[in-house]
Design a protein around this ligand. Sequence first.
Ligand SMILES: [Zn+2]
Length: 390
Amino acid sequence: MLLPHLTGVLVDRVEVVGGAVWMWASPRAEAVPCPRCGDPATRVHSRYERRLADSPVAGRKLVLRLRVRRWFCDGTACLVKTFAEQVDGLTVRDGRRRPLLRAMLERIAVALAGRAGPRLATSLSAPASRSTLLRLVMSLPDPSAVTPKVLGVDELLAQGHSIRGIARGLGWGQKTVQRYARAATWQDIVDGKWKGPRSNKLDPFKPYLQQRWESGCTNALQLHREIVVLGYPGAYGQVRAYLEQRRLNPEAIAPAPPTVRRVTGWLTRHPDTLAEDDQPRLKAVLEQCPELRAAAGHVRAFGEMMTKLQGELLPEWIAAVRADDLPGLTSFANGLQSDLDAVTAGLTTTWNSGPVEGRVNHIKMIKRQMFGRAGLALLRKRVLLTAVRH
Ligand SMILES: [Zn+2]
């Protein structure tokens, strides 16, 4: 049969209506087991039509108009008086989409929950709105967990271990664990700076609001509804106040010029991967500043030590850096000295935080894909659901 999932129904009529295929059908079964007690029900209470969006046929949207029945349950001890029948592989309770179509949309949603999701769905003749795709992702069950062999500090914390407990378990100082736990990037470990928690719940959604605003949606009520779907926990008033402020002061803030971070990026990148036009820029900077030139040499040596797992050279490296007395780098070297065992282990064994970093980058990619507007709950879902495939 052309459509194997339709074996449970009799197709009464097929018509093409406005570019879509409409199919009228009714279930074949003459008795249906009660979902509560399992007794076969044979008395029909009533009939009604359910419209189901099906996976597209030859590029056309397919709408199933299924005439389903409500049955009486005659089970003597059963609490159910009547129930609506479900057709295997075709309907789920209260679902307006066929399981096959739903599975397709779920995959699209997990891969592309941003704007690209609805676009792809539409081009596959299975239109679904952004919020529908988001709801689909959120209702997917988490994949079953595998016991990992190596954990990062963040993961231990996420599992509810205390900092003291982790420090004991790893044989590290509590301050060290605290520093690692608070750091958002490795640079934070180096200079000990990190940003405090966000004071404003709306902040993570501002890029999204900005984008919607620029595309012409300035309705606070509508925008509040949209970001609530994305995970915004706050009230409508805050959104309205923010939009009001934008209305009064519409100039966007100019992006900050690339500075220290940019140079840091050049210094910490593998020299071979430095973009061609960045090479002369880096050279010019280093020529201006002998301290930076010295620092660059140490950074390069450290990078080599890291990639070749030459932890035994670390004390020598620390001594060389201390001798140069460079701001930042010296305190980094001192920090390494105080964690020498852990760092040496990190530089000599193949166990390191690489996989964790990789996962962090993966999460950032997902977040960027959604223009930074993914709420924590949604991010968590997509990370879990994509991780099992990587
Ligand atoms: Zn029953």
